[in-house]
Ligand binder design. Sequence first.
Ligand code: FES
Ligand code: FES
Length: 157
Amino acid sequence: MNYKLSVNGTDHTVESTWEGESLLYVLRERLGLPGAKGACEQGECGSCSVLLDGDLVCSCLVLAAAAEGRDVRTVEAVAGPEGLSDVQQAFLDAGAVQCGFCTPGLIVAVHDLLERHPQPDDLTMREELAGNLCRCTGYGRIMEAVRMAADRRAASA
Ligand code: FES
Ligand code: FES
């Protein structure tokens, strides 16, 4: 089957595909966008997180063909022409990246979190990021990065 996908504001034609391919697979293997990572591929780890019409989803659980006509945003769209996003910079500054496998999904999730909760408390952070697993950091530095990004946004507002 053939269909069109809008990813990061660009229309892509996906041709000669099997209708059961996941959005994660199509992003990585057909569109050359490897930012979303595949780990569990069962909706458990959040490494494949993207925004679909503004909602945070696990792209491993979404059929790519079902995303036709919808707006897909991946971690590749987070950084701007001026460089890293504020959340990406905070992750670096807080030392929240170790192996980095969880990082792209977390970056997408934290941007989404801060859109809805500009100054999240610790409980909100834990609840909102519960779907993004990290096997390296113990989460302390990730939470520090979220606080740092939130505080910097508030200071520059
Ligand atoms: S790869 Fe999608 S949630 Fe783990
Ligand atoms: S930094 Fe390794 S899984 Fe999170």
